[in-house]
Design a protein around this ligand. Structure first.
Ligand SMILES: [Zn+2]
Length: 309
């Protein structure tokens, strides 16, 4: 694979980057489908947008494809989640794209986390024993609609800088998205209102922003430490804790093995919910607002079925 990537890199080195701008449409590449959806909301028909990772993939570990290098070579703008989410796969692709504007610090590289609310910023020294801890805080921040709004605003600013003639258009699109998101938030808040303080367990630490926003209490994780697979000892402790606290539901990301969650469920009665962490995790989740519609409906339906409150 790496040899092939190198060949592609050499080939694209000959092509001039950022050609799409000349045709009048900014070419935007995002790392995730969530960012693609937010960019589409703001950019409308003045930009073309494509995501590299699919919404059902683990965004920490995306298999780099040669086609990604070609896409990055031609892009005017790359939008990344940042906070080291993509550190395992994106940096070599950027280097090999030979697109000078996309290199970090370049005008065509946008870190979507610049103005968002970040949780789990570790205090003090980070050691390997802590697992895959992100020194810049939890990178799954897009799962709070307030952060979605902030990301959209950051994108609006960037697109307006890159294409000043379209600034009013982007501002209008942002205002419309902001309004629709606010209406959706009212709906989600009323759906979730009866479940304030509900105790949940999650597989990975993907949900702190979501839990904070909707008043859920994350009391444990199926991973013993971030990025470390389940271990028998940790699972037994978790089962005890779920029984003691009466935890009714567990969130599992679609890219994790269900073996341990299902075993915990059989032992405790807590239901496994395969939650959508991103746009595109399921076919029907076509945009950022539908992502929360999907997840909140899943939660509310499951809690009603378990009879918990
Ligand atoms: Zn993570």
């Amino acid at each position: 694979m790496s040899r092939y990537l190198l060949c592609v890199a050499l080939a694209v080195a000959l092509a001039a980057p950022g050609r799409a701008a000349a045709a009048g449409k900014l070419s935007v590449i995002t790392t995730t489908e969530d960012l693609a959806s937010l960019a589409r909301e703001v950019g409308g028909d003045r930009i073309s947008v494509e995501a590299l990772a699919r919404g059902y993939q683990d965004p920490h570990f995306v298999e780099p494809k040669p086609s990604f290098i070609l896409k990055l070579n031609k892009a005017d703008l790359l939008i990344a989640v940042g906070r080291e989410l993509e550190i395992g796969w994106l940096p070599p692709l950027i280097t090999q794209s030979r697109n000078p504007t996309l290199q970090p610090g370049g005008v065509g590289y946008l870190d979507a986390s610049l103005n968002v609310r970040i949780l789990d910023v570790p205090a003090g020294q980070i050691t390997r024993a802590m697992g895959d801890v992100h020194p810049q805080g939890n990178p799954h921040y897009w799962l709070d609609p307030g952060n979605g709004r902030r990301i959209a605003q950051t994108i609006q600013k960037k697109l307006s800088e890159m294409s000043p003639g379209d600034a009013a258009y982007f501002a209008g699109r942002y205002a419309d998205f902001d309004k629709r998101l606010a209406e959706a938030e009212k709906r989600w808040d009323s759906q979730m209102a009866p479940y304030k303080g509900l105790k949940i367990v999650t597989y990975h630490r993907s949900w702190p922003n979501f839990a904070e926003r909707f008043g859920l209490d994350v009391v444990g994780y199926i991973e013993p430490r971030p990025g470390i697979p389940p271990s028998p000892g940790h699972t037994l402790d978790l089962i005890r804790e779920i029984k003691r606290l009466g935890v009714p539901i567990m969130f599992v990301e679609p890219y994790f093995d269900l073996k341990t969650p299902n075993a915990v469920s059989r032992d405790t009665g807590a239901r496994v919910l395969v939650m959508a962490p991103s746009v595109g995790a399921e076919k029907e989740i076509a945009d950022y607002i539908k992502l929360f519609d999907y997840d909140i409906n899943l939660i509310v339906t499951a809690i009603k079925q378990t009879g918990a409150k």
